[in-house]
Design a protein around this ligand. Structure first.
Ligand SMILES: Cc1cc2nc3c(=O)[nH]c(=O)nc-3n(C[C@H](O)[C@H](O)[C@H](O)COP(=O)(O)O)c2cc1C
Length: 325
């Protein structure tokens, strides 16, 4: 017989609060949590999806995967070891994961992990011109792979050139697609609890830097030293293009992100290339050799030291995303 220890409600709330700090596409926060006893369940909330850009729910599930990873890291750091079962009920595809919690001593770096989850943010300001060493990118891809997905850094010059071209094409296709831009715009300055505030979106002049999805905000981003192509690029992919692979991709993205932060690096996800069907196919064939599906890209670079702190993007209240049964 196995005995279980119920998790105090305050701890459950703290775990979910930290999980909701996870990145999500357009800050849609497409998740719902249900807690009972020592079990925490993660559900996809399709009402918060993007029917135009993400009709299959790929970005949505990647976002939930990131929240699942942050919930797992937070649980362990708070003294509860998580055992995760992904997609545990074939008759309920919205139930993405069941996390069983058992008491366990927290890891030595628990305080750092909790701080990293809380501090993580998408900083779209230009990276400095310091290149990210290939070994660092390879190590971060390995961290994502250890989280159960697959990832490679695009360090080969011609491979990177092809990837950049396809990302640029995706950005242009997006801009010329009225339905996609309208949907994206609907999540800008959306509310006090979700969406992307203009205060975290750079105001750009000129064309230096990566092809920008968001470049018309209020955030000052002057940097005369910016050069093109100083960032690293890691692609998270899988041979499958299904919810199990998407969930793992989100977990990998979050693991990579926290590891990057620990090394002083900044991460910006790029998903347009995956959202635009022609670009996704081009990336699959021209960059991944036709064998695998790109699920999310991560731009990685160094932010200038001493830059102003970003305003934190808002989140829904814990009571809105958590039901304690
Ligand atoms: C699946 C996914 C796709 C994303 N796509 C992009 C993107 O294409 N461009 C971008 O600048 N940020 C992208 N983001 C970052 C989100 O916009 C960001 O996480 C969200 O606005 C919350 O802000 P925060 O990360 O600062 O907490 C993506 C995040 C996720 C999880």
């Amino acid at each position: 017989m196995t005995t279980t220890t119920p998790v105090p409600a305050g701890t459950i709330r703290r775990i979910v609060e930290l999980a909701t700090r996870a990145p999500s596409v357009h800050n849609t926060q497409p998740w719902r949590w249900v807690a009972h006893g020592h079990v925490l369940e993660l559900y996809a909330d399709h009402w918060r999806g993007l029917p135009v850009a993400d009709p299959t729910g790929r970005d949505l599930t990647v976002s939930c995967g990131a929240a699942l990873h942050q919930a797992s890291v937070a649980s362990a750091a708070l003294g509860w070891s998580p055992t995760v079962t992904r997609l545990p009920d074939p008759s309920d595809p919205d139930l993405l994961a069941r996390v069983e919690l058992t008491p366990a001593p927290p890891p030595a770096d628990a305080a750092d992990l909790l701080e990293a989850i809380d501090a993580r943010c998408t900083d779209r300001r230009r990276f400095t011109s310091w290149p990210v060493p290939d070994e660092r990118l390879a190590r971060l891809a390995q961290v994502a792979t250890q989280a159960g997905t697959r990832a490679v850094p695009l360090t080969d010059v011609s491979e990177r050139f092809r990837a950049d071209r396809i990302v640029l094409q995706a950005t242009e296709r997006y801009r010329s697609d009225q339905a996609m831009t309208t949907e994206q715009q609907a999540w800008r300055d959306r509310s006090l609890v979700d969406g992307i505030p203009s205060t975290v979106v750079p105001r750009r002049t000129g064309s230096v830097g990566a092809p920008e999805r968001f470049a018309d905000g209020d955030l000052d981003d002057r940097d005369e030293h910016a050069v093109e192509g100083s960032d690293g690029l890691v692609v998270i992919f899988d041979v499958q293009d299904d919810p199990a692979a998407w969930l793992r991709a989100g977990e990998g993205l979050s693991a990579l992100w926290l590891a990057a932060m620990a090394g002083g690096l900044s991460v910006v996800p790029l998903s347009q290339v995956v959202e635009v069907p022609e670009s996704r196919r081009a990336f699959q064939i021209e960059v991944l050799g036709g064998l695998a599906h790109p699920l999310i890209l991560a731009r990685i670079g160094w932010q200038a030291i001493g830059r102003s702190e970003l305003v934190r993007t808002p989140r829904r209240a814990v009571d809105d995303v958590l039901e304690i049964a």
